[in-house]
Design a protein. Structure first.
Length: 378
């Protein structure tokens, strides 16, 4: 009987719902940061690869008993999909996982979209001339990013193509989009979007490179939210089927444009999950786990609080009184990193992170300003 649930664990500390026959896979030497409300067993592998995981399962007599392979960490989305296919179990396929992970293939699937546009993009893996792709836009700013990147790591912006330099086989170029950005976070169950929320970023996702904080708050712009929903649903129509799990979608926007940035088949990072949990009572990590296990998920019916999150990068001078912050009733959680870092490595790598709440958007904005001032952010 197939009843084993295999959880491919990443770096995020998680507490999973009680699950019979739960095996948590971790590579040797990695910290075990997964807990469960019930019993769980560890499956330690030499490396987090398909071969190592399947070999370990076969050695333990578990290969034929795996019913589900669950993953909510972007780093292992592709590996998890390959393990599913190797074991012949249901879940996100490798084709789907690659489309949600590989930024070049992602955009190739979305070229026919009607409710949003794509930035001009190019990669050495294309059989196209770079200058021909960018055309008359070749004099504008250009972004270089890893095709399988995340968190803004190794992303660079140049004033033009000539200033960009060499582009590696695992990198791509995009035309710079000088617009604000929103993100849509939600849950898909049985191939249908069952829950989603539209939020506006405060500052830019790469603000850590300029030593500025990044954050977000829920969008109260009904017209923008409707446009974001249309774009989101079209993304899911055009990409290979993603049946169960959480997602994080980012788009640039103006009054007249919606420009696609990227989407991932996992929960959003930094403070997004905690902010949504405080506002709606749903934890997207746990909900995604249940959905991928084929188990019922309790969906929220309404927003019970207004929330926001923020992250101040390393390299910014702050004066933090943790004792005082702990007394603020509207501060849901905060984190202060150890000193010694001169700059952040990616957008989730911060010196100070916080999630706050209020009864209205204006109250959240006021409290966010108060919080920033109290820690000496200038």
């Amino acid at each position: 009987m197939k009843d084993v649930v295999l959880f491919i664990a990443g770096a995020e500390p998680l507490r999973l719902p009680a699950t019979p026959h739960l095996y948590v896979v971790k590579p040797v030497g990695a910290a075990v940061n997964v807990q469960s409300d019930g019993l769980m067993s560890l499956l330690i592998v030499d490396e987090m690869t398909v071969g190592c995981v399947v070999e370990r399962l076969e050695a333990d007599g578990l290969a034929g008993q795996v019913a589900r392979v669950v993953c909510v960490d972007e780093q292992y989305i592709l590996v998890a999909a390959k393990i599913r296919e190797a074991l012949g179990v249901v879940g996100q396929s490798f084709m789907s996982a690659r489309a949600f992970r590989n930024k070049f293939f992602m955009k190739e699937f979305l070229k026919t979209a009607e409710h949003f546009t794509l930035p001009r993009y190019w990669s050495p893996i294309q059989r196209k001339d770079m200058a021909a792709v960018f055309g008359d836009a070749s004099g504008g700013r250009v972004v270089k990013k890893p095709i399988l990147g995340s968190g803004g790591m190794e992303v660079t912006i140049a004033e033009n193509l000539e200033a960009m330099g060499e582009v590696a086989q695992d990198e791509m170029l995009e035309s710079f989009v000088d617009l604000p950005m929103l993100h849509v976070d939600g849950l898909i169950v049985g191939g249908e979007v069952r829950f989603f929320v539209v939020s506006k970023y405060i500052n830019f996702c790469l603000s850590f490179t300029d030593f500025k904080y990044v954050g977000s708050e829920f969008s109260h712009d009904a017209r923008l939210n409707a446009r974001a929903e249309r774009a989101m649903r079209e993304v899911f129509q055009l990409l290979p089927s993603f049946q169960d799990g959480a997602f994080h979608l980012e788009m640039f926007y103006s009054d007249t444009e919606m420009v696609f940035c990227e989407i991932a088949s996992r929960p959003g990072g930094i403070g997004i999950v905690r902010a949504l949990e405080e506002a709606y009572g749903i934890n997207l990590y746990r909900a995604a786990f249940l959905a991928q296990c084929g188990r019922p998920v309790e969906l929220p019916s309404m927003r019970r609080a207004e929330t926001s999150w923020l992250l101040v990068p390393h390299g910014v001078s702050l004066d933090i009184d943790a004792g005082r912050l702990g007394e603020l009733p509207w501060l849901v959680e905060f984190f202060v990193a150890e000193e010694g870092r001169e700059r952040s490595l990616h957008c989730a790598d911060g010196k100070f992170k916080a999630v706050l709440k209020g009864d209205s958007l204006s109250e959240v904005v006021e409290r966010r300003c108060e919080l920033l001032a109290s820690i000496g952010y200038a």
